[in-house]
Design a protein around this ligand. Structure first.
Ligand code: KMH
Ligand code: ZN
Length: 310
């Protein structure tokens, strides 16, 4: 098996500060978490911008750039910039950071879907919210459609190609793989593909072994096993570590981070680097070696840090 690529998704746009005191949202805290995760064994860092004053998700490309620069100054990690953004952002807003920074990787979401975390609101309506924007934001996800139409996917594909950014394809359901197949047929994207299976979102496929197997069988049939590499996210706890274990034993790769899960074990909040350390421990036990950033670059054919614009 190839060495294991571990991606750390530090903050995202779904987890809110009330959920965890460890969620980084100040630019320097996001960078510090990235450094700690790379030291722990992550070779790739998935970034979103946050308003450094109140922690709200932001699409400000200058903040994205500051984060990317800070990570590059202190690590040799592969930076993957989100184009998924957060609730209420247009596709054009979501693309700004990646278009400006021209990173080695950017996320490319493969279809529209419900994407909700509204059940979380109940707990904080009792406990109280830390930030004034959180209640409306979290409750608002009940009616949120994460929009990735064929029209916007065409723009994402074109923008990434123009800026020499390799897409990290985010597939939340089996139909998303068929959407990717359609984009291939249209000549909008070509392999070999780097696919992230995102399992456990409320609105997408569950984080169960059967779901992952169905995704893999479909991807094998559509693209051929030799034409893609995959990583898996289990959203929530213990999903993150169940899916990580499957990624480790099946020759896939793994993403963890507070964007997707806030717990290191039952009822115990995690720091970002602790999630990476736990995956490294699992991989050690299962005798799978960990990839360095440069080994990841070689495996995925990435353009290298010299070719980014940050
Ligand atoms: N928040 C994750 C479930 C993106 O940034 O483009 C998916 C994600 C999407 O990371
Ligand atoms: Zn993300």
């Amino acid at each position: 098996m190839d060495k294991l690529i571990i991606t750390s998704a530090l903050t995202g746009a779904i987890t809110v500060p009330s959920q965890s005191e460890y969620l980084p949202f100040k630019t320097e805290d996001i960078i510090a978490d990235a450094v700690a995760c790379v030291e722990a064994g992550a070779s790739s860092i998935h970034i979103h911008a946050r308003n450094p004053n109140n922690g709200a998700p932001s699409s400000d490309p200058e903040i994205v750039r500051e984060i990317a620069v800070g990570i590059k100054e202190r690590t040799d990690a592969v930076v993957c910039i989100t184009t998924g953004g957060g609730m209420g952002m247009t596709p054009q807003e979501r693309l700004r950071g990646a278009a400006m920074c021209k990173p080695e990787l950017a996320s490319f979401n493969l279809g529209s879907m419900n994407f909700s975390m509204h059940p979380v609101a109940k707990r904080f309506n009792q406990l109280g919210w830390q930030k004034d924007w959180e209640k409306e934001y979290v409750e608002g996800t009940k009616n949120f459609i994460f929009s990735n139409t064929f029209g916007s996917m065409e723009i994402f594909a074109q923008t990434m190609a123009d800026n020499h950014v390799k897409p990290e394809f985010e597939a939340y359901d089996v139909g998303h793989l068929h959407n990717l197949h359609f984009l291939v047929q249209q000549g909008l994207v070509k392999g070999p593909f780097w696919i992230q299976f995102v399992l456990g979102v409320l609105g997408g496929l569950t984080a169960e072994p059967q779901s992952l197997m169905m995704m893999l069988e479909t991807a094998d049939r559509l693209f051929g096993r030799e034409n893609y590499q995959w990583s898996v996210i289990g959203v929530g706890y213990p999903n993150e570590f169940h899916m990580a274990t499957m990624g480790i034993i099946m020759g896939g790769h793994v993403r963890v981070g507070l964007e997707d899960n806030i717990f290191i074990r039952q009822r115990e909040l995690a720091r970002n680097h602790e999630l990476v350390e736990k995956v490294v421990r699992l991989a050690n036990e299962l005798e799978r070696e960990i990839a360095t950033p440069d080994e990841m670059r070689a495996m995925l054919g990435l353009k290298g840090l010299d070719a980014v614009n940050f």
